[in-house]
Write a protein that binds this ligand. Structure first.
Ligand code: SF4
Ligand code: SF4
Length: 251
């Protein structure tokens, strides 16, 4: 049977003799290439349940491994190591250590949702990628990635005021991720806005940046949203066998 995804064979698992002659027949190189046998003893039998407990991972059990997601994937077209079908396969089998070998690239999903439209089983692979990235972070396998840091800053501002003030959000995100505020693309956008927007609107935006106004009667809604998010976070952390979130990570 042909091997369609040769990239999945780790180099260290290949056994190859560069100079081998058996009974007078030269079987060097490709003719003597084998894949080393492996014994897996590190299953996490709860891995699929843990991913399914996170937002986006709910339908992972439906996957029938057709590969349409990987075939359609934007990132896979650039980097063949980015392989949603394979990671879903590993998760469903509980092969945690194998999954961790790709922990540095799983977060790179760009949420284009081409996989979502290609999937015949409504797995929503994009959601599974997001759930897996969150799982890696919650389990302490990777630090908070920039995308998650942005989401957390965005959510924190909505929880606090019921609205978004873009300038403040960007300042906090750049500070948190160690990036300079004066990015060329941002300077170009600000210059364009200043040149095009009416003076009255610019004044209102400037005032909002100073006083951080709240949505009227936000306090009551805020408590409800906070309780809901806290309940969800506690439930998810419990599903992953983790304790309550620290004060810094709670919304
Ligand atoms: S949403 Fe992510 S996994 Fe799906 S096709 Fe786009 S990059 Fe690939
Ligand atoms: S397209 Fe859907 S069913 Fe097919 S491998 Fe991807 S997630 Fe599984």
């Amino acid at each position: 049977m042909p091997i369609h995804e040769k990239s999945l064979i780790r180099k260290e698992d290949l056994r190859r003799q560069e100079h081998l002659v058996l009974e007078g027949v030269d079987v060097s190189g490709d003719w003597s290439t084998f894949i080393g046998a492996r014994v897996l003893t590190d299953y996490n039998e709860r891995l699929q349940d843990e991913i399914a407990a996170l937002p986006g991972g709910e339908n992972i059990h439906r996957c029938w491994q057709c590969g349409s997601c990987t075939n359609a994937c934007t990132v896979n077209a650039i980097n063949p190591d980015f392989n949603p079908r394979y990671w879903i396969y590993l998760i469903r089998l509980g092969m945690e250590q194998e999954l961790l070998r790709d922990k540095e690239i799983i977060w790179q999903c760009v949420s284009c949702h081409k996989c979502t439209y290609a999937c015949p089983r409504d797995v929503v692979p994009e959601g599974v990628m997001k759930a897996t990235a969150q799982w890696l972070e919650l389990k302490g396998h990777v630090p908070t990635n920039p995308s998650m840091a942005f989401d957390e800053e965005f959510s924190a501002q909505v929880f606090a005021t019921g609205r978004i003030e873009e300038g403040r959000l960007l300042r906090r995100f750049f500070r948190r991720t160690g990036q300079p505020l004066a990015q060329p693309w941002l300077v170009a956008i600000v210059r364009g806005l200043v040149a095009r927007l009416p003076v009255g609107l610019l004044a209102r935006l400037g005032l909002a940046a100073l006083v951080h106004p709240r949505t009227p009667r936000w306090g009551r809604v805020r408590r409800v949203v906070h309780d809901y998010v806290e309940t969800q976070n506690t439930r998810r952390r419990a599903a992953l066998g983790l304790g309550p979130a620290s004060k810094e990570t709670a919304p």
